[in-house]
Design a protein around this ligand. Structure first.
Ligand code: NAD
Length: 302
């Protein structure tokens, strides 16, 4: 089976390497020359263009930043053939980028119109998960196609969930990250309130982590140094999961909220709070650094 892996960035390169390491015949490509160089240096075979990589490929995986990039690559244009035109017949197209549900469904349609099979399969777990092949895959598409693709996901990840039909992998991702954003802000606000009330971070942690305030944003990604030694707060908020990426994902959530009309006031407020965070130094910080914003916006104690 010939695998074209397009998009060899922070996530794509380690994922492609894990696939190659599991015995798949992988050829990669990235439009960014430094990413191509890094792939070569890592020993991954690299093609001279996306078209070359995908020509006669049985499997085409994309790991890009945006839905527009995915749709443009599938479609082609300006004299460049689309990936769907050059791949082997009945190829499997898997897009692992985080994009909107609408764009994911458009990508499915483009692939299927050309006689291919298609899955949307966004991930969580970050660069560490990509390197260690412990990513979580949230997959949308037909059950038969999902079953056929399972060994590929198992070479790159540890938790693989079939979420339903086309676009529903992206739907699961956007819903999960909206929960995460709201809960990370809630935990940060509680720690700042605790500080003002004279409560130590450790005392609040010891209570909330064993009570109904328990959540991942507290017990794994604790926004203050100390209680959880592995949390980004202990390394000056180095990501982890960067504010810029959370802002991007909340933009996708806002798009989905607008499209569905859901009354998600918390989700929309979290989107505004993280947008402001990502417009400043928060872009490159772990998203638990939102606690700095909470402190900065808090009035001086009376
Ligand atoms: P990245 O910017 O490091 O990599 C994306 C790569 O795609 C870039 O190198 C870019 O040059 C390349 N690219 C774009 N268009 C291309 C084309 N037509 N052909 C070939 N290459 C092309 O981004 P990343 O951090 O690897 O993230 C990739 C996706 O995964 C994003 O959608 C992101 O939201 C999602 N994601 C990232 C993380 C993370 O921690 N970085 C975690 C979960 C999900």
């Amino acid at each position: 089976m010939r695998v074209a892996f397009l998009g060899l960035g922070h996530m794509g390169l380690p994922m492609a390497r894990n696939l190659a390491g599991a015995g798949f015949d992988v050829i990669g490509f990235d439009v960014f020359p430094a990413a191509v160089e890094a792939a070569r240096a890592a020993g991954l075979p690299v093609a001279s263009s996306g078209t070359d990589a995908a020509t006669a490929a049985d499997l085409v995986i994309t790991m890009f930043q945006t839905g527009a990039q995915v749709l443009d690559a599938y479609r082609g244009g300006d004299g460049v053939p689309g990936l769907r035109e050059v791949a082997a017949s009945d190829a499997l197209f898997i897009d692992c980028s985080t994009i909107s549900v609408d764009d994911a469904r458009a990508a499915h349609a483009l692939a299927e119109e050309a006689g291919h099979r298609s899955l949307d399969a966004p991930v969580s777990g970050g660069v560490v998960g990509a390197e260690n092949a412990t990513l979580a895959f949230m997959v949308g598409g037909s059950a038969t196609v999902f079953d056929a693709a399972r060994p590929l996901f198992e070479a790159m990840g540890a938790r693989i969930v079939h979420c339903g039909g086309a676009g529903l992998g992206q739907a699961a991702k956007v819903c999960n990250n909206m929960i995460l954003a709201v809960s990370q802000i809630a935990v940060a606000e509680a720690f700042v309130l605790g500080e003002r009330l004279g409560l130590t971070h450790q005392a609040l942690f010891d209570v909330a982590s064993n009570a109904s305030g328990q959540c991942w944003a507290l017990t794994t990604n604790c926004p203050v140094p100390g209680p959880v030694p592995t949390s980004p707060a202990n390394r000056d908020y180095q990501p982890g999961f960067a504010g810029a990426l959370m802002n991007k994902d909340l933009g996708l959530a806002a798009h989905a909220l607008d499209a569905t009309g859901v009354d998600a006031r918390m989700g929309r407020l979290a989107r505004e709070i993280y947008r402001e965070f990502a417009e400043g130094p928060g872009a490159g910080q772990d998203f638990s650094g939102i606690i700095h914003t909470v402190r900065a916006h808090s009035a001086d104690p009376a």
